[in-house]
Design a protein around this ligand. Sequence first.
Ligand code: SPV
Ligand code: MG
Length: 434
Amino acid sequence: MSKKIYLGMIADIMHPGLINIINEGAKHGDLIVGLFTDKAIAQHKRLPYLTYEQRKSVVENIKGVSQVVPQDEWSYAENLRKLKPDYMIHGDDWQQGADKELREEAINVMKEWGGEVIEIPYTKGIESSSLDKEIKKIGTTPDIRLKSLRRLIEAKNVVRILEVHDGLSGLICENLEVKNGLNTERFDGMWSSSLTDSTSKGKPDIEAVDLTTRMQDLTNILECTTKPIIYDGDTGGKLEHFVFTVRTLERNGISAVIIEDKVGLKKNSLFGTDAIQTQDTIEHFCEKIRAGKNAQVTDDFMIIARCESLIAGKSVDDAIERCCAYVEQGGADGIMIHSKEKTGDDIREFCRRFHELHPYVPIVAVPTTYNHFREEELAEWGIKVVIYANHMLRAAYPAMVKVASSILENHRSSDANDLCMPIKQILELIPGTK
Ligand code: SPV
Ligand code: MG
């Protein structure tokens, strides 16, 4: 019987280094490729550009590959124990860095049945991570970007979204990475907030900034980023207008729009009952969602219904009734539940009850007032998408006021030097400035 050999791969970008390792592996017997799923990859790095199915169709057609199986975890242990291969093959680059522990685990697991790990010298000059950087420079397409939110919701325990209001905040969301033990933390996508879009223009958050103006800002963000965008669509406006909004957003590669079940002059939800918050009828709001769903061209665009019952001082029962209708009769792809309660108790109860009724409908939350809960806890409640809805603008404003005040007080700017980024840094921030 021929020997079995296991090779784990992401295979987003095929290159000679990967062909080399496939050829080396196939020399030893039947080569089984364990293709990392989105779920496995999302535990550690950005989602690949190609979907699992797309990557599978490439890899299974490469000479020397006998079989492709999904690898659903970053760790090899589960698949190795299931398949018990005679050999596992890997590039020798995992002897250093973050993959060291992964290597030790794989070697120990293989020993359980007398299997062996073969390491081959890594192909110099070509490796997936630097190719990935090159691809990132080229950017993305509206289609790939649009689809990526659904893929993230599918792949991740909790999807982390940051408010952005211009190209610069977009770049922070796109590029910022923070090491956290063995993990690297990053944001999954962006929130185009009506509050911060309006505020940054010196306008109130009352739907006074029109779609065309907001799209101009979004275009700047789209030009310098690749991550998915969720658009705050306020009330969605008139049903007859909402269908055009959906088409515009979709054409530009926005992944989702969230519309709230309010009518009349919209006031920001964080006023709670201090402002008049009038909700739409269930029937009419369902009709609006349905009109949007019928207008979209792709299967991937999402219309998420935002329930304002808790903001308007109504009960969790009312929120549940409404949200069930928005999904069952309106066809909403997800629910955003909002509250300004600090305790989070109402949100937690809503999530528990809604999750029981609709376990597969993603729940979106905006923990601005109940922001002492960590994402892990919110995920336990059943929340799938966490939006940090206004923090980039709220951070920028006091910083600017501080510097401006210092100039006024001192009649010069040097006292504010430490409050500003160095000139050298701003010149180097955006590639191509020099
Ligand atoms: C926004 O960011 O504009 C929102 C969320 O709609 S909130 O301000 O909390 O209503
Ligand atoms: Mg808003």
